[in-house]
Design a protein around this ligand. Structure first.
Ligand code: NAD
Length: 357
């Protein structure tokens, strides 16, 4: 099969980790007889320097016309204090908006080899953690009406959701659950918030009508935040609002032990998605070959799974990463108290490639 992939390496360690992910995809393409055509676009700080615009029109159009987008990370101290529209992060917001991405997927997995790197107690980590957080990305309190009184003594933000907004993200969650353990936990604050009561009613109506084979339960967000550290093995797929998802996905990330291992995806109505590691541009280690490429590599595997439906190929990449870690290889960012030697980023990539050959 042939796919056109738009690559936006971005700044800092972005180019290092995306080029590792491209090598992995090229190896998989050769093995399975696919053709991946990569086209590179500029965005973020580099684009500000060159064009005075963090998201040049050609980049956005190239991404819109691709089958999927692979992003590194954007930003850095050089551009952090620029005003408004000139900020590097606007490239991300512009891409999300332009590609109409309303769902964010954040897997939180404790790799079997890294149970000691988890912040959780050993007996809890031992039970495993493989959660897919499905977060609504373009609605809720981050986009609702907000304001401040003239005297500055009062401010407000509005949590607002419509039934179609809830249905489309819940549908994604149910579909993903069918490819996993068929269990969705919807998280809200329905004991207090009217918008949460609408959320809960809508998710249940959809589940009963279209996904009766998927087990559905609810948790209040305060309880959910406790359960994620008390017994993460309870969860399969979590679906939740923009703000709750923002907080719970960072909490779950901590449970897994390293920022350099965490992938993410943003999806819209079409098959096309944007795939990126959750980490930033890590200016402190950029250009030193210290960046862990595994999060970018796992993001590429998500692209194969969720945009191209290449499940076997995605499984193979996931397994290669898991096996390299089981063999004992570590990069410096992995908080593993048992590790004695550390690989450079390019050496870690090489270990993964060797597993795929
Ligand atoms: P960061 O994720 O870049 O770095 C945090 C810490 O984690 C640093 O010590 C860094 O060295 C380390 N780290 C991150 N990724 C790593 C990897 N793959 N391997 C090894 N170590 C890794 O977060 P930050 O320092 O808060 O932000 C730096 C810049 O990145 C800022 O300009 C910020 O705006 C930007 N940023 C961009 C994105 C994005 O593009 N999606 C996300 C977060 C931050």
């Amino acid at each position: 099969m042939k796919f056109n992939i738009a690559v936006v390496p971005g700044d800092g360690i972005g180019p290092e980790v995306t080029s590792a992910a491209i090598e992995v995809l090229e190896t998989i393409a050769k093995k399975y007889g696919h053709e991946f055509v990569f086209k590179t676009y500029i965005a973020g700080g580099g684009a500000i320097d060159k064009f005075g615009d963090p998201l040049p029109k050609e980049t956005l159009e190239g991404c819109i016309n691709s089958d999927s987008v692979m992003l590194g990370a954007v930003g850095g101290p050089k551009w952090d204090n620029l005003p408004g529209k000139m900020r590097a992060e606007n490239a991300l917001l512009g891409l999300r908006k332009g590609l109409e991405l309303f769902t964010n997927l954040r897997p939180a997995v404790i790799q079997p080899a890294l149970k000691n790197a988890s912040v959780l107690r050993a007996d809890i980590a031992e039970k495993g953690c493989d959660i897919m957080i499905v977060r609504e990305l373009t609605g809720g309190i981050y986009f609702g009406e907000r304001g401040r009184s003239e005297d500055g003594n009062m401010a407000f933000d509005t949590e607002i959701y419509t039934v179609p907004e809830i249905e489309r993200v819940a549908r994604r969650a149910f579909e993903i659950a069918r490819k996993r353990k068929s269990h969705v936990t919807s998280i809200d604050k329905a004991n207090i918030l009217e918008s949460s009561r609408l959320w809960r009613d809508t998710v249940h109506r959809l589940g009963e009508a279209e996904y009766p084979d998927v087990k559905l339960d609810d948790l209040l967000v305060d309880n959910a935040s406790m359960q994620i550290i008390r017994d993460p093995s309870f969860f399969d797929v979590i679906v939740t609002s923009n703000m709750f998802g923002d907080i719970l996905s960072d909490e779950s990330a901590q449970v897994t032990g390293s920022i350099g291992l965490l992938a993410s995806a943003s999806l819209g109505e079409s098959q096309r998605g944007m795939y990126e590691p959750i980490h930033g541009t890590a200016p402190d280690i950029a250009g030193k070959d210290l960046a862990n490429p595994l999060a970018a590599i796992l993001s590429a595997a998500m692209m194969l799974r969720y945009s191209f439906d290449l499940t076997e190929e995605a499984d193979e990449i996931d397994k290669a990463v898991s096996d390299v870690l089981l063999d004992g290889w570590r990069t410096a960012d992995i908080k593993d108290p048992d590790a004695t030697t550390w690989l450079k980023g390019s050496e870690m990539k090489q270990k993964v490639l060797e597993k795929l050959l």
